[in-house]
Design a protein. Structure first.
Length: 310
């Protein structure tokens, strides 16, 4: 029987980071690009009514924890189990909403605080780099040190994080090892994770023995929904590829038909030119024999002007 549950599931992720402020603080400080004097010290969770609404598909594939720290900075932490190209835009939209929601009529803009969106993605992104960590912010194109401090988006591709690449025990590595190594097949947690107080506490939270039968049914239901969602996305991508292939084939056939039509047109123009030349040769001979222009035009189809010009 499994000893641990997967921390990426809705039930476990929210129990770890949505019910234990010290653990989400540790996660934020480890994974966000914060300077020493910017580290999170305390947080309060968002009320339920402030959490962004989800579509049915998103409810089955996105896990989120939202909070605010003592400096009024907003943090949105998400676990995205599947990936679509629209995901980054949705993240930007929700972060923008959180930023705008800080403003009240008549208040100074200086009171607005940054919003950080920390997004773990359990699928490869189409970013085109080998790295697993992707940080987005508003930066001057020519002077990279010129930053508008408002929205900061971090995407972490969990499939690209490889444990053997990191020998150090810094918190970023430990938390990512926890999220990528611990699952139902883990019988013994690595010593490096057990030795760290924060990660060790998180390991205790995901022990199977800590969950009721009802919670286990909800856990299994979550993974069933993920499998269904992945199947739907795969089916859609296959249909999209098929439609693309059919469109390319139709385009190739259209281009081939166009080429054949151009070739037939060229052949017709060439035949017409040859026939015209025959008429001209015949008309020139008739004219040299003294035949009247009217008769020459009758037999060759040339105009009087064309005959006179010969």
């Amino acid at each position: 029987m499994a000893k641990y549950l997967n921390p990426k599931a809705d039930l476990t992720f929210k129990k770890i980071f949505g019910e234990h402020p010290n653990l989400v603080i540790s996660l934020l400080n480890a994974l966000l690009p914060l300077k020493d004097d910017e580290r999170v010290e305390s947080i309060e969770y968002w009320p339920a009514e402030k959490i962004p609404r989800r579509t049915e598909a998103e409810k089955n594939s996105i896990v989120d924890v939202c909070c605010r720290d003592n400096k009024n900075r907003e943090f949105i932490v998400e676990m995205q189990m599947t990936w679509t190209e629209s995901f980054k835009k949705r993240v930007l939209l929700n972060a923008s909403k959180a930023y705008v929601a800080q403003s009240e009529v008549g208040e100074a803009y200086q009171l607005l605080q940054p919003v950080y969106a920390l997004n773990f993605v359990n699928a490869p992104l189409n970013i085109g780099t080998d790295g697993y960590y992707h940080h987005y912010q508003l930066v001057h194109q020519e002077k990279s040190d010129e930053v508008i401090d408002g929205l900061q988006l971090v995407f972490i591709e969990l499939p690209k994080f490889h444990t053997h690449t990191f020998a150090e025990k810094k918190m970023q590595v430990l938390w990512l090892r926890f999220l990528t190594e611990i699952n139902e097949n883990t019988l013994e947690a690595p010593d490096e994770l057990l030795e760290n107080p924060d990660v060790s506490e998180a390991l205790k939270i995901v022990e199977v023995a800590a969950y009721t039968p009802e919670e286990m049914r909800a856990y299994d239901k979550f993974w069933d929904a993920i499998s269904t969602r992945k199947t739907e996305i795969l089916d859609y991508e296959l249909k999209l590829e098929q439609a693309k292939a059919e469109a390319e084939e139709a385009k190739a056939e259209a281009e081939e038909a166009k080429a054949e039509a151009e070739e037939a047109k060229a052949e017709a123009e060439e035949a017409k030119a040859k026939l015209k030349q025959k008429d001209i040769d015949a008309a020139r001979k008739m004219k040299s024999d003294g035949m009247p222009v009217g008769q020459i035009a009758k037999y060759t189809g040339l105009t009087a002007e064309e005959i006179e010009g010969l």
